[in-house]
Ligand binder design. Structure first.
Ligand SMILES: [Zn+2]
Ligand SMILES: [Zn+2]
Length: 239
């Protein structure tokens, strides 16, 4: 079986934003597959776009009944933010993950924090643009991108966030890498000129987006090598 990459989004994500998400993931994987002919014809990572899904047999408000259940179960009313560690833990422990281990990438219209709730309540100004459980799942928030007035820059910044978190989902940079990385909780970040650099704020994200826009392929050689290793690993598992 190839490894599936589930892609979902919450209510409030527009068709155009969902399209940026899907296109960015598709383009990134295809660029990598070009170097692996067997992978190009028989993709080892298969994108499954579930969108804003609901399982009618379970019901939207019930556990695992739909994407909105995950959002509501991890949303902190006081902070008006999704608590990413809670969200990611729900994904990690969901029945679908146990039945069929897969990658998961989610785009939310809600605001987000990567802090656990007690810490987030101490630092109420702190927010996250995205958060991940490397090697399995990542969640991205559109909330702060709304303050980017320029539509084209907003689209590029979203694509940058998607590429970065696709990298985290695929565990790039790898945990064992020692050179030019900085660790942040469970996440590894690249310190080269690379899309795997961490963006703390939306201003920082805009600056990195503009810088990387000139690069064409925005992953540095070390991170690209890591991505190719992931493709080879799942390609061999599959074939
Ligand atoms: Zn990151
Ligand atoms: Zn890198």
């Amino acid at each position: 079986m190839p490894r599936a990459l589930s892609i979902s989004w919450s209510e409030g994500v527009s068709d155009a934003e969902a399209q940026v998400l899907l296109e960015t993931v598709g383009q990134t994987l295809n660029w990598l597959y070009f170097r692996h002919p067997s992978a190009f014809y028989d993709p080892p990572i298969v994108v499954r776009a579930y969108g804003n899904w609901v399982i009618p047999a379970i019901g939207e408000g019930y556990p695992y009944g739909g994407i909105q259940w995950y959002v509501e179960a991890s949303f902190d009313q006081g902070l008006q933010r999704v608590i990413a560690p809670v969200y990611l833990e729900l994904v990690r422990r969901e029945p679908w993950q146990r039945m069929d281990p897969h990658f998961d990438l989610v785009l939310l219209s809600e605001d987000l924090t990567e802090f656990p709730a007690p810490l987030a309540r101490l630092y109420t100004d702190h927010y996250a643009l995205g958060a991940s459980f490397p090697g399995t799942a990542a969640v991205i928030s559109l909330w702060r991108l709304k303050q980017i007035a320029d539509e084209e820059l907003r689209r590029l910044a979203l694509a940058r966030l998607v590429r970065h978190h696709l990298g985290h989902v695929l565990a790039i940079p790898p945990f064992e890498r020692r050179e030019e990385v900085s660790r942040r909780g469970l996440e590894m970040h690249c310190t080269r000129r690379c899309v795997m650099r961490h963006a703390e704020t939306v201003e920082h994200l805009m600056a990195l987006t503009l810088e990387e826009a000139e690069m064409g392929w925005p992953f540095c050689p070390l991170c690209t090598q890591g991505l190719h290793s992931v493709i080879i690993r799942y390609d061999q598992e599959w074939n």
